[in-house]
Design a protein around this ligand. Structure first.
Ligand SMILES: Nc1nc2c(ncn2[C@@H]2O[C@H](COP(=O)(O)OP(=O)(O)OP(=O)(O)O)[C@@H](O)[C@H]2O)c(=O)[nH]1
Ligand SMILES: [Mg+2]
Length: 326
């Protein structure tokens, strides 16, 4: 009887997980509606209109991908891959290309298994990015996510640029029930990091999440500040697993690629958090980032609430992009 109950419990848990996954997927599809309209419905209409796989057919597919922010270079590579697969598999009809197009897109984004090692270790995560992309919100979402997994989380308010920044993170800390290390407005952010690292060590924190101020690559002093923060973490917490995530706003399109490149120049990036995919974002940018820069997208943000953050899955994402919208 006990075993039966246990099995029942497990089934319900599994069902809840599937439901949650489905829920997130449909929200992702909804968020990416604009892109799905372009790619999913666009491609579908090409499949219907063309009766043979001629040059024009491929050109139209490429055009649709470019318009959805996949980027010229990556779009060309996807179409090349598609052509290759069509030839290999001796496909004759456009209508039979659906699955092959999806495979070609996923293949472009393949960076091996996306790892979330930091979840298993004592780690420090630094979130960087330009102004307003969603760094603070993503820091809070990650905190909520890790806390739900039973981890001991600590937040560092290293955006001392504006008083409101610390207040914003402090409110999130209260809401999510995690501790926060903060200094006064105008103080040295590196000092906040120093204190936060000491606290993380003495409190036996699992994951220390550091929010930082928005910075542009042409503000040299701010980029220097970032290097200093990086150095402090490496020096003071050498045993911790360290990662730097750059947060980019999905609605900025190809500009997001440029932002990632600029941060790559000053720090060793381990991943990307792509936000605001619930808005007007043309989600193709995630494909371009992984294909052209080789930096893995780790998380995607699809809203402003604590649970609006999801681990990135390339196959699922491409499925959402290719979803036909009526
Ligand atoms: N719709 C939507 N809004 C988001 C998402 N992520 C963040 N935002 C909103 O974007 C705005 C800016 O977010 P912040 O987290 O303050 O951005 P930031 O990068 O910390 O900004 P600065 O510290 O000023 O550089 C806020 O209104 C957030 O609620 C998202 O995934 N979807
Ligand atoms: Mg902020």
């Amino acid at each position: 009887m006990e075993r039966e109950d246990e099995q029942k419990g497990q089934t319900m848990e599994a069902e809840a997980e599937v439901k949650e996954k489905k829920g997130f997927f449909s929200r992702l599809v909804k968020g990416l509606q604009k892109t799905s309209m372009q790619i999913g419905s666009g491609v579908e209409s090409i499949f219907q209109r063309f009766s043979s796989l001629d040059q024009e057919f491929y050109e139209e597919i490429e055009e649709i991908l470019v318009l959805a922010d996949v980027g010229v270079h990556t779009s060309m590579s996807i179409v090349e891959e598609l052509k290759k697969k069509v030839k290999e598999q001796k496909i004759k009809k456009p209508d039979e290309c659906r699955e092959l197009l999806m495979q070609s897109m996923v293949q472009q984004m393949d960076l091996g298994e996306n790892s979330y090692l930091f979840e298993e270790k004592t780690s420090v995560l630094l979130l960087v990015g330009v102004n307003g992309v969603g760094k603070t919100t993503s820091t809070a979402k990650l905190a909520a996510n890790l806390k739900a997994q039973g981890k001991k989380v600590l937040l560092a308010a290293a955006d001392t640029f504006r008083a409101a920044a610390t207040e914003q993170l402090s409110e999130w800390a209260k809401k999510t029930g995690v501790e926060l290390i903060a200094h006064q407005e105008g103080s040295d952010p590196a000092a906040v990091i120093y204190d936060a690292v000491s606290a993380a060590k003495s409190r036996k924190t699992d994951v220390l999440l550091c929010d930082t101020a928005g910075r542009l690559h042409n503000k040299k002093n701010l980029m220097e500040e970032l290097k200093k923060i990086d150095r402090i973490i490496q020096k003071e917490f050498p045993n911790a697993h360290q990662e730097v995530f750059v947060v980019v706003d999905g609605t900025t399109g190809q500009n997001a690629l440029e932002q990632v490149r600029q941060f790559q120049e000053v720090t060793q990036l381990s991943g990307i958090i792509l936000t605001k995919l619930d808005g007007t974002a043309k989600g193709g940018v995630a494909v371009a980032i992984q294909a052209e820069l080789g930096v893995p997208v780790k998380y995607i943000g699809i809203g402003e609430k604590a649970d609006d953050l999801q681990k990135f899955n390339a196959k699922e994402y491409v499925q959402a992009l290719l979803q036909k919208v009526d």
